[in-house]
Design a protein around this ligand. Structure first.
Ligand code: EPU
Length: 416
């Protein structure tokens, strides 16, 4: 099994271009099943999760072609299969996002239940609540879940929690339903806005994406179009923390600064200089990092996907920081690994209390999930010695060229 090795690195300096957002590209690829003409997607990141989603689309009968770096052409005019195979579902939870498009396009869909993962139980009740409200019948047996409907009819759906995936799946199911669907307490993440703008290009009628009420008027059919994926705000945040933690000076390019407000605010609170300039942000680190507190929340709150990386940073802030994780119930798997590198962190339920230490030291560690893996890479940059990170397939799921990008900024990182 390949490992990522990270040596103590100098302050990182230079410019880095952020790739397209994984969490936008995945639902948009799923939504491509709704189009009946050619779709061209640009700035699609080169990631394992994207490969899996392309495999899912192909298995359902779509034609998927990689045209150039970051450019994918999809034609779903002849999709003929409504079943997502277990091995594809088990490789990636987001495969569940094809349910909404299949249900509305083919009238039926079947897949295995996604189950839990390292960051929590991750139920899908809200996705199913939406499908049912639109008139679908849901059956669940032996770990499989199927939904079917002769026709879907728009309705009012209130989400008990603004789930990103449920909002996406319901929007996708509603675009070809009869009449109007109104989703209340919808997720407001930028990735929802990107999905809606993609679908509107194909001929959908979606209003209110980015607010807590989304209105979808059903249309008869969607066509094709060209769409560029928005920049990945979490990849951007990860490189911004890399600058902060190494006392560096990194400019992250291709960012939408309004999407990363909480990250900018927290980096300023710990004492970094952050300079916004159009579609780039420069982060200048500081040797004397101050502690801060973080509470993860749905957008526009502090993103849970940046919690682990910030915890590494807080481990080196002078004083006590507190993290409260409110989005996932079990997203502290990185804590034990960071402790093995010398961090002083105590967990109490959904809170973590981080007492800053003078230094971290290298150790063999394991990435338990994608963002936990990123947190360990960041720790490795400043830890004494060589940090050996195992289970790096998690990192490859969500970071496009992480070693190349970090190396270009001066980091000592390689695979072994
Ligand atoms: N939830 C329910 N019922 C549901 C759906 C969700 O109770 O039917 C709960 C979950 O258990 C969780 C909370 O709602 O506690 C948030 O889940 P959400 O549905 O919003 O998350 P998701 O759609 O499964 C996406 C991202 C995650 C990101 C979360 C939150 C994708 C492919 N994944 O997941 O990204 O953490 O939103 O922002 O878009 C990552 O990139 O590392 C990652 C995990």
């Amino acid at each position: 099994m390949e490992k990522i090795m990270v040596e103590t690195s100098p302050p990182l300096k230079g410019k880095v271009r952020i790739s397209g957002a994984k969490n936008s590209a995945l639902p948009i690829l799923a939504a491509s099943l709704l189009g009946t003409e050619d779709i061209i997607l640009e700035d699609v990141p080169n990631l394992k999760d994207i490969e899996v989603m392309c495999e899912v689309l192909t298995s359902l009968g779509a034609k998927v072609e990689k045209l150039d770096k970051g450019i994918i052409k999809i034609n779903s005019s002849n999709i003929n299969n409504y079943i997502t195979r277990y091995e594809l579902m088990s490789k990636m939870r987001a495969s569940f996002l094809v349910m909404g498009p299949l249900l509305t396009r083919l009238g039926k869909t079947k897949t295995s239940l996604p189950g839990g993962c390292a960051i929590g139980t991750r139920p899908i009740d809200l996705h199913l609540k939406g499908f049912k409200a639109l008139g679908a019948t849901i059956n669940s047996d032996h770990g499989n879940i199927s939904a079917y409907a002769d026709k879907l009819v728009g309705d009012k759906i209130y989400l008990d929690f603004p789930s990103v995936g449920a909002t996406e799946n319901i929007i996708m199911a509603a675009v070809l339903a009869e009449g109007e669907t109104i989703i209340d307490n919808a997720a407001m993440e930028p990735e929802i806005v990107d999905l809606a703008s993609f679908l509107n290009k194909l001929g959908a009628d979606i209003k209110g994406a980015g607010t807590s009420t989304i209105r979808v008027k059903g249309v008869k059919k969607l066509g094709g179009g060209v769409h560029s994926i928005i920049p990945d705000r979490i990849e951007a945040g990860t490189f911004m923390v890399a600058s902060a933690i190494t006392g560096g000076d990194i400019t992250v390019e291709n960012v939408i600064t309004s999407h990363i407000k909480p990250i900018i605010a927290k980096l300023k609170e710990v004492g970094c200089e952050v300079i916004e300039n159009g579609d780039s942000v420069r982060v200048i680190g500081n040797k004397d990092l101050k502690p801060t507190d973080i509470k993860t929340l749905p957008y526009p709150g502090f993103p849970t996907d940046m919690q682990a990386q910030f915890m590494t940073l807080m481990s080196l802030c002078k004083g006590t920081s507190v993290v409260i994780e409110t989005v996932f119930e079990n997203r502290f798997m990185h804590v034990d690994e960071l402790k093995r590198m010398g961090a002083d962190i105590k967990i109490d339920g959904r809170s973590a209390i981080i007492q800053g230490v003078d230094k971290l030291t290298s150790a063999p560690v394991k990435a338990s999930d994608l963002r936990a893996g990123a947190a360990l890479v960041l720790a490795g940059l400043v830890a004494d010695g060589v940090t050996e990170i195992d289970n790096i397939y998690h990192i490859d799921r969500g970071y496009d060229g992480i070693e190349e990008k970090l190396s270009s900024l001066g980091a000592k990182i390689y695979r072994k």
